[in-house]
Design a protein around this ligand. Structure first.
Ligand SMILES: Nc1ncnc2c1ncn2[C@@H]1O[C@H](COP(=O)(O)OP(=O)(O)O)[C@@H](O)[C@H]1O
Ligand SMILES: [Mg+2]
Length: 228
Protein backbone atom coordinates (compact mmCIF):
# COMPACT_ATOMS: atom_id res chain seq x y z
CA UNK A 1 0.00 0.00 0.00
CA UNK A 2 1.40 3.40 -0.99
CA UNK A 3 -0.78 5.49 1.30
CA UNK A 4 -2.35 4.22 4.49
CA UNK A 5 -3.98 6.44 7.11
CA UNK A 6 -5.72 5.49 10.31
CA UNK A 7 -8.19 7.96 11.75
CA UNK A 8 -6.14 11.09 11.05
CA UNK A 9 -7.43 14.38 12.43
CA UNK A 10 -6.34 17.97 12.04
CA UNK A 11 -7.34 20.64 14.51
CA UNK A 12 -6.40 24.28 13.95
CA UNK A 13 -6.28 26.54 17.00
CA UNK A 14 -6.34 30.29 16.49
CA UNK A 15 -6.29 31.75 19.99
CA UNK A 16 -9.32 30.26 21.73
CA UNK A 17 -10.97 29.46 18.41
CA UNK A 18 -10.73 25.80 17.44
CA UNK A 19 -11.47 24.38 13.97
CA UNK A 20 -11.66 20.65 13.41
CA UNK A 21 -10.63 20.61 9.73
CA UNK A 22 -10.37 16.81 9.62
CA UNK A 23 -12.43 14.62 11.90
CA UNK A 24 -10.86 11.19 11.45
CA UNK A 25 -9.96 9.97 7.97
CA UNK A 26 -8.97 6.39 7.21
CA UNK A 27 -7.89 5.64 3.65
CA UNK A 28 -5.77 3.31 1.56
CA UNK A 29 -4.40 4.24 -1.84
CA UNK A 30 -2.39 1.84 -3.98
CA UNK A 31 0.52 2.59 -6.26
CA UNK A 32 -0.78 3.50 -9.73
CA UNK A 33 -4.23 4.64 -8.61
CA UNK A 34 -5.90 7.75 -10.00
CA UNK A 35 -8.01 9.17 -7.17
CA UNK A 36 -10.05 12.36 -6.79
CA UNK A 37 -10.78 13.90 -3.41
CA UNK A 38 -13.96 15.92 -3.87
CA UNK A 39 -16.37 17.91 -1.76
CA UNK A 40 -17.60 21.47 -1.26
CA UNK A 41 -15.38 24.35 -0.22
CA UNK A 42 -14.35 24.04 3.45
CA UNK A 43 -14.90 20.27 3.61
CA UNK A 44 -11.23 19.58 4.36
CA UNK A 45 -9.84 18.57 0.94
CA UNK A 46 -6.76 20.79 1.02
CA UNK A 47 -6.07 19.94 4.65
CA UNK A 48 -6.14 16.24 3.79
CA UNK A 49 -3.87 16.84 0.78
CA UNK A 50 -1.40 18.76 2.96
CA UNK A 51 -1.24 15.85 5.39
CA UNK A 52 -0.96 13.17 2.69
CA UNK A 53 1.66 15.31 0.92
CA UNK A 54 3.70 15.62 4.13
CA UNK A 55 3.41 19.42 4.08
CA UNK A 56 1.89 19.16 7.53
CA UNK A 57 1.43 16.50 10.21
CA UNK A 58 -1.86 15.29 11.70
CA UNK A 59 -3.05 16.27 15.19
CA UNK A 60 -3.75 12.60 15.85
CA UNK A 61 -3.92 9.31 13.98
CA UNK A 62 -1.43 7.39 11.90
CA UNK A 63 -0.03 7.94 8.42
CA UNK A 64 2.21 5.53 6.53
CA UNK A 65 3.66 6.52 3.14
CA UNK A 66 5.14 3.47 1.39
CA UNK A 67 5.59 1.87 4.78
CA UNK A 68 7.25 4.87 6.47
CA UNK A 69 5.54 6.18 9.61
CA UNK A 70 5.33 9.83 8.60
CA UNK A 71 4.20 11.08 12.00
CA UNK A 72 7.54 10.06 13.54
CA UNK A 73 9.70 12.15 11.16
CA UNK A 74 11.45 15.43 11.87
CA UNK A 75 10.83 18.49 9.69
CA UNK A 76 14.09 17.87 7.81
CA UNK A 77 13.20 14.23 7.18
CA UNK A 78 9.75 15.32 5.99
CA UNK A 79 11.19 17.77 3.47
CA UNK A 80 13.61 15.12 2.16
CA UNK A 81 10.72 12.68 1.82
CA UNK A 82 8.69 15.29 -0.08
CA UNK A 83 11.56 16.02 -2.44
CA UNK A 84 12.10 12.34 -3.24
CA UNK A 85 8.60 10.88 -3.21
CA UNK A 86 6.03 13.59 -3.82
CA UNK A 87 5.16 16.02 -6.60
CA UNK A 88 2.72 18.93 -6.25
CA UNK A 89 0.64 20.88 -8.73
CA UNK A 90 -1.31 23.87 -7.42
CA UNK A 91 -4.15 26.01 -8.76
CA UNK A 92 -1.86 29.06 -8.83
CA UNK A 93 1.05 27.20 -10.53
CA UNK A 94 3.54 28.45 -7.87
CA UNK A 95 6.40 28.96 -10.32
CA UNK A 96 9.33 31.24 -9.51
CA UNK A 97 8.71 34.29 -11.75
CA UNK A 98 12.27 35.48 -12.35
CA UNK A 99 13.84 32.28 -13.62
CA UNK A 100 13.37 30.32 -16.85
CA UNK A 101 11.19 27.26 -17.41
CA UNK A 102 14.33 25.11 -17.35
CA UNK A 103 15.47 26.56 -14.01
CA UNK A 104 12.02 26.14 -12.45
CA UNK A 105 11.96 22.48 -13.43
CA UNK A 106 15.57 22.01 -12.32
CA UNK A 107 15.04 23.10 -8.69
CA UNK A 108 13.89 19.74 -7.27
CA UNK A 109 16.88 18.07 -8.98
CA UNK A 110 19.28 20.52 -7.34
CA UNK A 111 17.77 19.76 -3.91
CA UNK A 112 18.12 16.06 -4.69
CA UNK A 113 21.82 16.47 -5.56
CA UNK A 114 21.57 15.18 -9.14
CA UNK A 115 24.61 15.85 -11.37
CA UNK A 116 24.52 18.57 -14.06
CA UNK A 117 24.62 16.10 -16.92
CA UNK A 118 21.81 13.97 -15.49
CA UNK A 119 19.78 17.13 -14.72
CA UNK A 120 19.98 18.31 -18.30
CA UNK A 121 18.89 14.93 -19.64
CA UNK A 122 15.91 14.73 -17.29
CA UNK A 123 14.81 18.31 -17.99
CA UNK A 124 14.96 17.82 -21.77
CA UNK A 125 12.90 14.67 -21.58
CA UNK A 126 10.24 15.96 -19.17
CA UNK A 127 9.76 19.25 -21.07
CA UNK A 128 9.25 17.26 -24.28
CA UNK A 129 6.83 15.01 -22.39
CA UNK A 130 4.58 17.93 -21.36
CA UNK A 131 4.85 19.61 -24.76
CA UNK A 132 7.13 22.50 -23.76
CA UNK A 133 10.29 21.62 -25.68
CA UNK A 134 10.03 25.04 -27.40
CA UNK A 135 9.69 27.06 -24.19
CA UNK A 136 12.88 26.17 -22.29
CA UNK A 137 14.32 29.68 -21.96
CA UNK A 138 11.03 31.51 -21.43
CA UNK A 139 10.09 33.00 -18.08
CA UNK A 140 6.68 32.32 -16.51
CA UNK A 141 5.23 35.75 -17.49
CA UNK A 142 5.95 34.92 -21.13
CA UNK A 143 3.74 31.82 -20.97
CA UNK A 144 -0.02 31.16 -21.14
CA UNK A 145 -1.82 29.74 -18.10
CA UNK A 146 -1.89 26.28 -19.67
CA UNK A 147 1.84 26.45 -20.37
CA UNK A 148 2.56 27.57 -16.80
CA UNK A 149 0.58 24.60 -15.49
CA UNK A 150 2.55 22.28 -17.79
CA UNK A 151 5.77 23.64 -16.28
CA UNK A 152 4.32 22.90 -12.83
CA UNK A 153 3.46 19.35 -13.94
CA UNK A 154 6.99 18.90 -15.32
CA UNK A 155 8.47 20.13 -12.03
CA UNK A 156 6.17 17.78 -10.08
CA UNK A 157 7.33 14.79 -12.13
CA UNK A 158 11.03 15.56 -12.46
CA UNK A 159 12.20 13.42 -9.52
CA UNK A 160 10.02 10.44 -10.55
CA UNK A 161 7.81 10.80 -7.46
CA UNK A 162 5.76 7.95 -6.03
CA UNK A 163 2.69 10.18 -5.96
CA UNK A 164 1.57 13.44 -7.56
CA UNK A 165 -0.95 15.68 -5.80
CA UNK A 166 -2.89 18.26 -7.80
CA UNK A 167 -5.02 20.78 -5.87
CA UNK A 168 -7.64 22.36 -8.19
CA UNK A 169 -5.18 22.17 -11.11
CA UNK A 170 -7.65 23.70 -13.58
CA UNK A 171 -9.01 26.35 -11.19
CA UNK A 172 -7.23 29.23 -12.95
CA UNK A 173 -7.63 27.96 -16.50
CA UNK A 174 -10.34 28.45 -19.12
CA UNK A 175 -12.35 25.31 -19.82
CA UNK A 176 -10.54 24.36 -23.04
CA UNK A 177 -7.10 24.66 -21.42
CA UNK A 178 -8.41 22.88 -18.33
CA UNK A 179 -9.44 19.94 -20.53
CA UNK A 180 -5.96 19.81 -22.06
CA UNK A 181 -4.36 19.68 -18.60
CA UNK A 182 -6.79 16.94 -17.49
CA UNK A 183 -5.96 15.01 -20.62
CA UNK A 184 -2.27 15.26 -19.68
CA UNK A 185 -3.09 13.87 -16.21
CA UNK A 186 -5.05 11.04 -17.88
CA UNK A 187 -1.99 10.11 -19.94
CA UNK A 188 0.26 10.26 -16.87
CA UNK A 189 -2.16 7.99 -14.98
CA UNK A 190 -2.21 5.56 -17.90
CA UNK A 191 1.59 5.50 -17.83
CA UNK A 192 1.44 4.24 -14.24
CA UNK A 193 1.83 7.42 -12.20
CA UNK A 194 -0.13 7.63 -8.95
CA UNK A 195 -2.26 10.77 -9.05
CA UNK A 196 -4.40 12.31 -6.34
CA UNK A 197 -6.58 15.13 -7.57
CA UNK A 198 -8.22 17.55 -5.18
CA UNK A 199 -11.21 19.40 -6.59
CA UNK A 200 -14.68 20.76 -5.86
CA UNK A 201 -15.46 20.49 -9.59
CA UNK A 202 -17.42 17.32 -10.48
CA UNK A 203 -16.34 17.47 -14.14
CA UNK A 204 -12.68 17.42 -13.10
CA UNK A 205 -13.27 14.69 -10.48
CA UNK A 206 -14.86 12.48 -13.14
CA UNK A 207 -11.51 12.04 -14.85
CA UNK A 208 -10.30 9.94 -11.88
CA UNK A 209 -11.05 6.24 -11.46
CA UNK A 210 -12.02 6.52 -7.81
CA UNK A 211 -13.64 9.41 -5.99
CA UNK A 212 -13.52 10.05 -2.26
CA UNK A 213 -16.23 12.53 -1.32
CA UNK A 214 -15.67 14.73 1.72
CA UNK A 215 -18.04 16.67 3.93
CA UNK A 216 -17.25 18.46 7.19
CA UNK A 217 -13.79 16.94 7.54
CA UNK A 218 -14.80 13.35 6.84
CA UNK A 219 -14.95 11.02 3.87
CA UNK A 220 -18.66 10.34 3.50
CA UNK A 221 -18.79 8.41 0.25
CA UNK A 222 -16.58 6.51 -2.13
CA UNK A 223 -17.39 6.13 -5.82
CA UNK A 224 -15.62 3.86 -8.29
CA UNK A 225 -15.89 5.20 -11.82
CA UNK A 226 -16.52 2.55 -14.44
CA UNK A 227 -14.36 2.84 -17.51
CA UNK A 228 -16.21 2.39 -20.74
N1 LIG B 1 -4.40 27.09 8.44
C1 LIG B 1 -5.67 27.08 8.88
N2 LIG B 1 -6.00 27.67 10.05
C2 LIG B 1 -7.27 27.62 10.49
N3 LIG B 1 -8.30 27.01 9.87
C3 LIG B 1 -8.03 26.41 8.71
C4 LIG B 1 -6.70 26.39 8.14
N4 LIG B 1 -6.75 25.70 6.97
C5 LIG B 1 -8.02 25.30 6.82
N5 LIG B 1 -8.80 25.72 7.86
C6 LIG B 1 -10.23 25.42 8.04
O1 LIG B 1 -10.40 24.03 7.93
C7 LIG B 1 -11.57 23.72 7.19
C8 LIG B 1 -11.20 22.90 5.96
O2 LIG B 1 -10.47 23.71 5.06
P1 LIG B 1 -9.79 23.20 3.72
O3 LIG B 1 -9.06 21.95 4.01
O4 LIG B 1 -9.05 24.32 3.11
O5 LIG B 1 -11.09 22.83 2.84
P2 LIG B 1 -11.28 22.72 1.26
O6 LIG B 1 -9.93 22.56 0.64
O7 LIG B 1 -12.17 21.53 1.09
O8 LIG B 1 -11.95 23.98 0.83
C9 LIG B 1 -12.24 25.04 6.87
O9 LIG B 1 -13.19 25.29 7.87
C10 LIG B 1 -11.10 26.02 6.94
O10 LIG B 1 -11.57 27.31 7.27
MG1 LIG C 1 -9.00 23.68 -0.91
Amino acid sequence: MLIHTEDITKIYKIGSYVVEALGGVTIDIDKGEYVAITGPSGSGKSTLMHLLGCLDTPTSGKYFLSGTDVTSLTDLELSQLRNKKIGFVFQTFNLLPRITVTKNVELPLLYAGITAKERQKKIESILERVGLGHRKTHRPNELSGGEMQRVAVARALINDPEVVFADEPTGNLDSKTGKEIMSLFNDLAREGNTIILVTHDATVANYAKRQLKMLDGKITEEVLVKTS
